[in-house]
Design a protein around this ligand. Structure first.
Ligand code: DON
Length: 307
């Protein structure tokens, strides 16, 4: 006997399965090899129930969906004033891999673009910390949110570092401006490892449900981050999580969200639910095509638009 929600999730995937528009990310060699047809969705309610459909146990790299969680960890580790002195909270209106620094302060405009995320990764734990300690902080924090030990896919790290000129260039500029202090190569290697943490859509839904639940884990009841941190993280997702498409996304769908180039998409509805989808083909902004369509359906059918 199936319950209505999984049936409904199966129906959404079936209705959208044939859309093969967009293409898998090709600037990271290991992602080019991904199966483009993978398709999955999971929802975790703030009461801790998870519903899922499709390839919901397939692991893939978290990529830019790591950015909100690393931002939350940096806020917890270093405090909001210090983090804000290094990275802003305004939309950049530019692609995720542009430098997008504010004039004057030279802060990256927000923690969702690469420049801002390289900065927040560098802020983890404390000043002068090693790459290993920062990466372990990210892995342990994400594992606590997911409720199971997550691992780093070293194959993805290696592959991405072979072609990391752009992130290295960004990190060198950040150090030139005094936004980061450490060796740019070490910082980019650590940030890349953070992006290569393997997750399933069920992990993503669970991790996001904690943010939706004001920082309290929906299953363990543990306060993983303080409420103001969860609120700040979701607010930045709302204004910048979908990069230069953030405005049209929020207008249409109304769910704070964050995409990743491996094809993941997460969304949080405060007080209600965390959502994760996987579908590797991306649009020109680097956002999953079918993932966005799943969110549009959920938003319309269940009246999830926040406004
Ligand atoms: O730094 C990068 O380019 C990748 N590790 C992550 C980028 C990403 O996921 C962009 N999102 N859609």
């Amino acid at each position: 006997m199936r319950t209505p929600i999984p049936d409904y999730l199966d129906e959404i995937l079936d209705a959208l399965r044939d859309d093969d528009s967009g293409s898998v990310a090709d600037y990271i060699p290991a992602l080019k090899a991904a199966n483009p047809d993978l398709f999955a969705v999971a929802l975790t309610t703030v009461a801790g129930r998870t519903y899922s459909s499709g390839d919901c146990d397939v692991e893939f790299s978290i990529q830019s969906m790591s950015k909100p969680f690393a931002y939350a960890a940096a806020l917890a580790d270093r405090g909001e004033p210090f983090v804000t002195s290094r990275v802003g909270v305004d939309p950049s209106g530019e692609a995720f891999n542009e430098l997008s620094l504010e004039t004057g302060s030279h802060r990256p405009r927000n923690p969702m673009i690469n420049a801002g995320a390289i900065t927040t990764h560098h802020l983890l734990v404390g000043s002068g910390t090693s790459r290993q300690i920062r990466v372990e902080r990210a892995r342990e924090f994400f594992s606590e949110l997911a409720g199971r030990p997550l691992r780093i896919d070293e194959r993805i790290v290696e592959s991405e570092l072979e072609a990391a000129d752009r992130n290295l260039a960004i990190a060198h500029m950040l150090r030139n401006y005094g936004i980061i202090e450490d060796d740019p190569h070490e910082v980019v290697a650590g940030y890349t490892a953070q992006c290569s943490i393997s997750v399933t859509v069920r992990d993503i839904a669970m991790m996001t449900a904690t943010l939706a639940n004001g920082g309290i884990h929906p299953v363990t009841g543990t306060t993983v981050v303080a409420r103001p941190i969860a609120r700040r993280t979701l607010s930045v997702m709302a204004s910048a999580g979908m990069y230069d498409a953030a405005g049209s996304w929020f207008t249409d769908v109304g769910i704070p969200a964050k995409s990743g180039v491996a094809g993941g998409l997460l969304g949080a509805l405060p007080g209600q639910v965390g959502i994760g989808t996987l579908s590797p083909r991306l649009d020109d902004h680097g956002n999953s095509v079918r993932g966005q369509r799943v969110f549009r359906r959920l938003s319309a059918d269940m009246g999830l638009h926040l406004m």
